[in-house]
Design a protein around this ligand. Structure first.
Ligand code: CAA
Length: 247
């Protein structure tokens, strides 16, 4: 069955691989991304996907705003179909040692990475439990599992996801809705490549796989967890980090 799958941060490094993976698996994949993006960037992304054989609609919203999420989910529901799969992937970093961290750096990260999870999930959740089917995947991070110096804001949001998921998993599994997380390690996206070169070199040296991960290696787990056959997996986390950290 063609189910509508929405990926926030859908035109970013990980999101692009996710929408492609979901579309290839027969889902109707929809990208939601930041309404502050330049229209040219969105058009280029759409054209690049078309050239690869993917016709993926992009909707723009601000995931830090409950109202904006309500509007975009309503629009997708009317124009594409009811949202049955939600991947909360939108996330940012504002890395800083804590003694230098500003209230803005704290706020932006908490709102984009964690409020977004509530703001988007709350829009689609009632429909999912009413229809007795839904899949939610929240993208956490190895740095939510183990903590990372310079990322007290980001680590807080990513480990917040585990508590949210474990609580909600207990509420919704009877209703055919599962909620899981994926904790990527250091993946070769713009976010990771933005780390200062000397710091990144040390990070890679510490990864047992001796390389960054590929976005497609995360997308594969998204497809797996959102499969129709994955209904008994809930409240779980899959870590994909080249051996950097286990839990
Ligand atoms: N553990 C403990 N202490 C550390 C440390 C670590 N891992 N890294 C740095 N420090 C210490 C340094 O030794 C230094 O100490 P002294 O002042 O006593 O010499 C102090 O912290 C300051 O370090 P920096 O010189 O690096 O400070 P800075 O202000 O120039 O930069 C920073 C701070 C921007 C946070 C930089 O350290 C950095 O980019 N770190 C990497 C953070 C990181 O891994 N981010 C991941 C981004 S990708 C992502 O988030 C995706 C994902 O999910 C994995």
């Amino acid at each position: 069955m063609s189910r509508v799958a929405v990926v926030t941060g859908g035109i970013g490094g990980l999101g692009t691989a996710m929408v492609k993976g979901l579309a290839a698996a027969g889902r109707i994949a929809v990208a939601v991304d930041y309404n502050g993006l330049k229209p040219e960037a969105v058009d280029k992304w759409t054209a690049d996907r078309k050239a690869e054989g993917f016709d993926i609609p992009v909707y723009l919203a601000d995931v830090t705003s409950f109202t904006s999420c309500a509007e975009v989910c309503k629009k997708i529901g009317e124009e594409i179909g009811l949202i049955e799969i939600l991947i909360n992937n939108a996330g940012i970093t504002r890395d800083s040692m804590f003694h230098k961290m500003t209230p803005e750096q704290w706020d932006q990260v908490i709102k984009t990475n964690l409020y977004s999870v509530f703001n988007m999930t709350r829009q689609v959740y009632e429909g999912m439990i009413t229809r007795n089917w839904g899949r939610i995947v929240n993208i956490a991070s190895v740095n939510g599992l183990r903590g990372q110096a310079g990322q007290s804001n980001y680590s807080a949001t990513k480990s917040g996801i585990y508590g949210f998921n474990k609580a909600l998993a207990q509420e919704c599994v009877k209703k055919g809705v599962t909620i899981n997380s994926i904790s990527p390690g250091y993946i070769g996206t713009e976010m990771v490549r933005a780390i200062r070169a000397d710091v990144l070199e040390k990070v890679i040296a510490g990864i047992p796989a001796a390389r960054l991960g590929e976005p497609s290696e995360i997308a594969r787990a998204v497809v797996f967890l959102t499969d129709d056959e994955a209904g008994y997996i809930t409240g779980e986390d899959i870590t994909i980090n080249g051996g950097l950290y286990y839990h």
